[in-house]
Design a protein around this ligand. Structure first.
Ligand code: ZN
Length: 248
């Protein structure tokens, strides 16, 4: 399958390829991941995710399309009807702040949304790079509540996979950066370089999990339920548990 801007996020593409988000989804809940692949479950998009999407869309030049595809970002009633909801006005503040910073914009000046694929750990993978500067670096754009919250999102896994896929495509081992902008009232900007030691560790973690995830995706292993996500809660029957579990 040939991946394009139009087909990249399709269910067909997700079935044919692993991606960082699919890998992370398998880590969280294999059952929910497989239900999505079968087209039986679609998690609701939350506002925080949409704010990130709005910010990203400005940088890859697709903001007008994003606005057209997401009418829910506008106020639907009252005096402010038709205006951007407050979260997205905040995204506008973030964009203006980022635009005014030379270094931030330099990191975001590479080729946008470059799609790459490669075979890795026994499966085909796809990735889409926010900013790719051949021979220089790969940069991923991030919005965050504060810089301190960044590690919990495991962008080291993303960096490791992006770097490896670029390397397998003949681009060499490029440094991986996060261009981060906080959602604080006064947005903070910072560029984080992800050390190769951190990426190596993340890549070996992915490698050790892949045989199981491939087997689950192929239907050779049962896709286990995490038991606590919205998909599991909505599909699993009630069970008897000991009250002591709650005290542990
Ligand atoms: Zn689950």
């Amino acid at each position: 399958m040939i991946l394009t801007e139009e087909t990249y996020y399709s269910r067909e593409a997700d079935t044919a390829f692993f991606s960082v988000s699919q890998y992370k989804s398998f880590c969280r809940c294999p059952a929910a991941t497989m239900a999505r692949l079968r087209g039986e479950y679609e998690p609701p998009t939350n506002t925080a995710f949409l704010v990130g999407g709005y910010f990203d869309a400005y940088f890859d030049g697709s903001l007008e399309r994003f606005k057209a595809e997401h009418p829910e970002i506008l106020v639907t009633r009252g005096e402010r009807k038709g205006e951007l909801k407050s979260e997205f006005r905040q995204a506008e503040v973030m964009i203006e702040r980022a635009k005014s910073d030379k270094l931030f914009m330099k990191f975001m000046s590479g080729e946008k949304q470059k799609i790459l694929t490669a075979d890795l750990f026994g499966a085909p993978w796809k990735c889409k790079l926010d900013s790719f500067s051949e021979g220089i670096c790969i940069t991923d754009l991030k919005t965050c509540q504060s810089f301190g919250t960044i590690p919990r999102y495991r962008y080291d896994i993303q960096g490791a996979i992006y770097q490896k896929i670029a390397e397998l495509n003949g681009y060499g081992r490029l440094p991986f950066y996060l261009a981060a902008c906080t959602k604080e009232t006064v947005p903070g900007l910072r560029i984080f370089q992800m050390p190769n030691e951190v990426l190596d560790l993340a890549l070996s973690e992915v490698e050790s999990n892949m045989p199981l995830f491939i087997a689950m995706k192929n239907g050779e292993e049962e896709a286990t339920h995490c038991g606590s996500c919205d998909y599991c809660k909505s599909t699993q029957d009630a069970e008897i548990h000991s009250y002591l579990e709650l005290l542990a």
